[in-house]
Ligand binder design. Structure first.
Ligand code: NAD
Ligand code: GLY
Length: 383
């Protein structure tokens, strides 16, 4: 089969998920081998034909050449910019390095930035695109499962600062997102599992049938399975797209549901120190188990459903006992203090995403610190 035929077949087989946001609407194209069509996807947003391809030191050597050739096929001129892989790049230092590189290349406002990488590159390049010359367009080509189902969708961009994660950022929607499942072939199993926590999250928020499907397919899915992977990714993206379309800036409350498990998770991650010992998805998996456990203990959620969630998370290989998380041991007071850095904390109270059961997540504002500390003391003290 000629490469042109293969290209056309891949394009036809792509699933396109629209995100409806008025004049900020965009399409998420998902399929196998789509990176070869990067040029087709990006060209409409690159009037100068110049593209800055921002990637990291792991992804660049693996997928940079395919992305460059896909972009060049559409007549685009590509300037690759490679940053060090790792969360520490999503920082003032990483931002300055990227902005300085753009300036040194005399990037123009009408040039296009393409983020090729995981959530770190997507968040950082998206933020740089939002602020450089008061705003450039950008396209996301997410290369981790987490980025495909979560961070590349919805326009949240940010860097981390000393005081906490994602504290400096802006909403800046991409012009398009290109999800190529094939790039996940090189993703280490641990990273793939971590991304799977966010997939499970969508079932837990509002989609019980999806959760049941994950229960049947879950463990196998982490390791491979192309058709099932495509279903898991597109279902997740559709869930997030619907929530983002309804509440782009998290003002109506709905988008906060996406933070299920995240307040506990951010506490653990901050204490573990973002050095790779505890991945974001691993912390989220434990955080979701705790959100269900807490909800069951206060009588909001049936205990059997909290147990069902814990069972799936463990079957997939997550550690859901917070006392055994890598990067610990954590003291309950320190966990609470780290949780209190949450953007939604105010006046000694936190908004928690709790649940009435699987598929029925609920935003609960005004949970006081003392109740959370009492809960943490309870679970950290249990034999
Ligand atoms: P990451 O970008 O650090 O990627 C994880 C690791 O995998 C890195 O070492 C990376 O180089 C490597 N990698 C990426 N793709 C690869 C591939 N295809 N093959 C081999 N290696 C590959 O981390 P992540 O988990 O993708 O993202 C985490 C970040 O995303 C955090 O900073 C988090 O705050 C952010 N996030 C943002 C949002 C949002 O809405 N913007 C949502 C969730 C998470
Ligand atoms: N990851 C949370 C959000 O996009 O709102």
């Amino acid at each position: 089969m000629s490469s042109e035929t293969k290209r056309l077949e891949a394009m036809q087989a792509a699933t396109v998920i629209p995100i409806g946001l008025g004049d900020r609407s965009y399409r998420i194209s998902c399929g196998f081998g789509l990176i070869a069509q990067a040029g087709e996807v990006c060209a409409p947003f690159a009037p100068t034909r110049r593209v800055f391809l921002v990637t990291d030191s792991h992804v660049g050597p693996l997928w940079g050449p395919a992305a460059v050739s896909g972009l060049e096929d559409a007549g685009l001129r590509v300037i690759p910019l490679q940053l060090e892989a790792g969360e520490q790049t999503k920082s003032w230092g990483g931002l300055a390095a990227l902005i300085d590189a753009l300036a040194a290349e005399r990037a123009e406002r009408q040039d296009l930035i393409v983020a090729l990488g995981g959530g770190v590159i997507g968040d950082l390049a998206g933020f740089a695109a939002g602020v450089f010359k008061r705003g450039m367009d950008f396209v996301q080509i997410p290369t981790t499962l987490l980025a495909q189902v979560d961070s590349a969708v919805g326009g949240k961009t940010a860097i981390d600062i000393e005081a906490g994660k994602n504290l400096v950022g802006l909403f800046h929607q991409p012009r398009a997102v290109l999800v190529d499942y094939a790039v996940l072939d090189t993703l280490p199993l641990r990273e793939r599992r971590a991304g799977f926590a966010e997939v499970i999250k969508y079932g837990l928020i509002n989609n019980r049938p999806f959760f049941d499907w994950l229960k049947a397919e879950g463990a196998a899915l982490v390791g491979g399975g192309s058709a099932t992977l495509a279903h898991a990714v597109t279902t997740s993206i559709r869930s997030k797209a619907a929530i983002v379309a309804a509440d782009e800036r998290e003002t109506a409350g709905l988008r906060a549901l996406l933070n299920l498990g995240h307040t506990f998770a951010h506490g653990f991650e901050a204490l573990a120190g973002y050095d790779g010992r505890l991945l974001h998805g691993e912390a989220v998996a434990c955080g979701m188990a705790l959100a269900f456990d807490y909800s069951a203990r206060i009588g909001l959620c049936p205990e059997a459903e909290a147990h069902e969630v814990a069972t799936l998370l463990e079957a997939v290989g997550f550690q859901i006992d917070p006392r055994k998380l890598p990067g610990g041991p954590f003291a309950p007071e320190a966990v609470l203090e780290a949780m209190a850095q949450d953007k939604k904390a105010s006046g000694g109270k936190l908004t928690l995403i709790l649940t009435e059961g699987i598929g029925r997540a609920k935003i609960v504002p005004g949970v006081d610190f003392a109740s959370i500390l009492a809960y943490l003391n309870e679970i950290f003290g249990e034999g």
